[in-house]
Design a protein around this ligand. Structure first.
Ligand SMILES: [Fe+2]
Ligand SMILES: [Fe+2]
Length: 248
C-alpha cells in the first residue's frame, strides 16, 4: 500500500514508523493533528510530490519510479541528499558511537573486544565522512552550477572552481558502496563477539546498524539511479547549448 497525499500524516507513522527519520529530514516535526500529508507538506513548504515519491521508495523497496524521480528539479534532489548526509554525520553516527562506548560500562564484556568494535566503527566513520565530503565539495556544487547554467542559458561555468574538467562519469566510476562495511560490523557482533551475559545493548546497536544500512542503501540508489542520469541529461543539454553558441 503506497502512501498518498490525502492520507493523514499520523496514519503514515502508524503504518511505518521507520519513516520518521526521513520525514524529519524534510524539516517536518511531530504534532500533526489530523492534517493530511499534503497539508503538512504545505505547512512546512515541502515539495509534496517529491516527498511522497521518496517516502514511498523507503516504505516499499519494490517501488522506485525512475522517470518521476528524475524529473524533479536537481536542486530539490541535492538539497534532500545534503540533509541526509547531515543526518548521518551529525545524528546517526554520533548516536551509534555513544552506544558502542556504553558497552564499556557493562560488566562481563571483554574490553579488548569493545576496543575492536570502537576501532572498526572509527574507521567506518572516516570512510563515510570522506565519501560524503567528496560529494558535498565536488559533485553537488557541480550539479547546482549545471542547473544554474541551464536556467540562465549561459553555459559558462568558469566561476565554479570544482567544475573544471569534471563530468558525472567520474563520479559514476568512483562511487563506492558505503554499506558493505556495516555488514561486516554487524557480523562481528552477531557471530564473533564472545557471548555476553545479556545481549540487550548489542541488540540495540545491531538495530541501529540495520536501520543505517537500509538508509544508506536507499541514499546510494538515489545517487546512482536518479542523480547520475539526471546530471548526464543536463550535461548533454549544456553541450548542445555550447554548440549552439559556437554556431552563432
Ligand atoms: Fe551521498
Ligand atoms: Fe554516495
Amino acid at each position: 500500500m503506497l502512501i498518498t497525499g490525502d492520507m493523514k500524516m499520523a496514519d503514515v507513522i502508524h503504518l511505518n514508523h521507520h519513516l520518521l527519520h526521513m520525514i524529519n529530514r524534510f524539516g517536518i516535526q511531530l504534532g500533526f493533528g489530523d492534517r493530511t500529508v499534503n497539508e503538512v507538506c504545505q505547512h512546512y513548504d515541502v515539495h509534496a510530490d517529491f516527498f511522497l515519491q521518496l517516502v514511498n521508495t523507503f516504505h516499499d523497496p519494490s517501488y522506485f519510479p525512475l522517470n518521476e524521480l528524475q524529473n524533479f528539479p536537481p536542486g530539490v534532489l541535492v538539497d534532500y541528499l545534503h540533509k541526509t548526509h547531515q543526518f548521518y554525520l551529525e545524528v546517526k553516527i554520533p548516536e551509534i558511537e555513544e552506544l558502542i562506548a556504553q558497552l564499556e560500562t557493562l560488566s562481563g564484556i571483554d574490553i579488548d573486544h569493545i576496543k575492536l568494535l570502537e576501532d572498526f566503527f572509527r574507521q567506518y566513520k572516516q570512510e563515510l565522512t570522506s565519501h560524503i565530503n567528496k560529494e558535498e565539495q565536488r559533485v553537488y556544487p557541480y550539479v547546482k552550477a549545471l542547473e544554474n547554467a541551464l536556467f540562465t542559458q549561459n553555459p559558462d561555468m568558469s566561476n565554479c572552481d570544482n567544475c573544471r574538467e569534471y563530468s558525472i562519469q567520474q563520479y559514476e566510476d568512483d562511487h563506492d558502496d558505503v554499506e558493505s562495511k556495516l555488514f561486516d560490523l554487524k557480523n562481528i557482533i552477531i557471530k564473533y563477539m564472545p557471548a555476553p551475559k545479556d545481549s540487550r545493548m548489542f541488540n540495540i546497536i545491531l538495530h541501529e546498524l540495520f536501520e543505517l544500512e537500509k538508509d544508506l542503501n536507499n541514499h546510494g540508489h538515489i545517487e546512482d539511479l536518479i542523480l547520475v542520469p539526471m546530471v548526464e541529461r543536463m550535461e548533454k543539454e549544456i553541450n548542445q547549448l555550447r554548440a549552439g553558441n559556437t554556431v552563432m
